[in-house]
Design a protein around this ligand. Structure first.
Ligand code: UD1
Ligand code: UDP
Length: 380
């Protein structure tokens, strides 16, 4: 057959970080693939940071972001803008990632145009409609529309099979987020951007942005964290604050003028991964960080009531602490004061990838389009 015409569609920081290694690998095989990248720019600055690092030039930039945007606005803007592009370009396959509203809207639009959909990071589930919100339903709806499922783990595969998705359409690939670490992490990394940080102290790295936690719930969590940090002068809390106005408000209301806390702008992914590597402990409600931190031997306390990433809870690399301030405090104190417990978490296995997920996805696409006969070997 002619080249496979692929269009990627993504719009937020985490999608970009996890699509970038795949885009880079696809570009190495121009004989078989013609690839165009559509960014929705659901995020603007935080997306552009990733594009700069990986030197990805979008072919289309929908530039949809608005301050305090609503889910309906994101969805409708993306669907309408993609209409024109899909009619003009007629790709054989679109690739989307994960569970954002960009992902859902792009999959729905591709379905309307009867274009095949490849879902990178398919099959993650909490089975709880409102947690995380709206991501759980985004990924379920995307998986109902998907033709090629790139499931990071066996558990994700089983979730899809339990929903009667066809086994021959599902590939267990590992997570491309682990591939990204090969591009970013450097043992000798140093940067003037870190000059305000005191690496002689134990760095607790915080990230939080989930919509379902915003408002008073988030402030109470932050207050609990602050009280633990203030109880030990050897701790330093570093928080690259997400640009969401609701998150900015909670972070500044609680942490401003606290001298053991550094509120900083979102870091580009190279800086962030290397800071992660030098941190003592991670507190986060992020999805991707639950995967990256175990690969860098950093324990994570997950500030959420549910996780679609139970594998690392099972290996012991992360703990689901929830959003109750008392539980957050107690768990932090336990971990800080018990080096053996800390060590067990730090040394637990990373179940999410071996850095070869993009390769497996490319082989899966080739197998699907009949360019090779064998399916890729599963990640295990
Ligand atoms: C989105 C995703 C979430 C993902 C997160 C990663 C949805 C519904 N949510 O949540 O799944 O975990 O991204 O970070 O798809 N903003 C800026 N500049 C930026 C980015 C955001 O100013 O570069 C501000 C804007 O005011 C924007 C707001 O943040 O309206 C919220 O952005 P949005 O993408 O709607 O939600 P996130 O919470 O970022
Ligand atoms: N990240 C980053 N800079 C930061 C904070 C996070 O590059 O200041 C990266 C992080 O390494 C991970 C991704 O952003 O790859 C996670 O994004 P986020 O937490 O916003 O979204 P989620 O993964 O929850 O969807």
């Amino acid at each position: 057959m002619n080249k496979i015409k692929i269009m990627t569609v993504f719009g937020t920081r985490p999608e970009a970080i996890k699509m970038a290694p795949l885009i880079k690998e696809l570009a190495k095989d121009p004989e078989h693939f013609s690839v165009k990248n559509i960014i929705t720019a659901q995020h603007r600055e935080m997306l552009d940071q990733v594009l700069n690092i990986f030197q990805i030039k979008p072919d289309y930039d929908l530039d949809i972001m608005e301050q305090n945007q609503t889910l309906s606005k994101i969805t409708t803007k993306v669907i309408l803008a993609l209409d024109e592009i899909f009619i003009k370009e007629k790709p054989d396959l679109i690739l989307v990632h994960g569970d954002t509203t960009t992902t859902f809207a792009a999959a729905l639009s591709a379905f309307y145009h009867q274009i095949a959909i490849g879902h990178v990071e398919a099959g993650l589930r909490t089975w709880d409609k409102y947690s995380p919100f709206p991501e759980e339903m985004n990924r379920q709806m995307v998986d109902d529309l998907t033709d090629l499922y790139f499931a990071p783990t066996e558990k994700n595969y089983n979730n899809l099979v339990s929903e009667h998705k066809k086994k021959e359409q599902i590939f267990i690939t590992g997570n491309t987020g682990i591939d990204a670490l090969k591009y970013t992490v450097n043992d000798n990394f140093a940067s003037s951007e870190f000059k305000g940080l005191d690496f002689s102290k134990k760095i607790i790295l915080l990230t939080a942005h989930r919509r379902e936690n915003q408002g008073e719930k988030m402030e109470k969590m932050f207050e609990a964290i602050l009280s633990v940090v203030k109880s030990d002068s050897n701790l330093q809390l570093v928080y690259p604050v997400h640009r969401s106005p609701a998150v900015q408000k909670a972070a500044h209301d609680v942490f401003d003028h606290e001298n053991q806390v550094k509120l900083i702008n979102p870091l580009d992914v190279v800086h962030f991964h290397n800071l992660l590597k030098r941190s003592f402990l991670v507190l986060s409600d992020s999805g991707g960080i639950q995967e990256e931190a175990p690969a860098l031997n950093k324990p994570v306390l997950v500030l959420r009531d549910t996780t679609e990433r139970p594998e690392a809870v099972q290996t012991g690399a992360i703990k689901l602490v929830g959003t109750d301030p008392a539980v957050i405090k107690k768990t932090m104190i336990e971990l800080i004061n018990h080096p053996e417990e800390y060590q067990q978490m730090a040394e637990a296995k990373n179940p999410y990838g071996d850095g070869e997920a993009s390769q497996r996805i490319i082989e899966a696409i080739k197998a699907h389009f009949g360019l090779i006969t064998d399916r890729p070997k599963n990640f295990s």
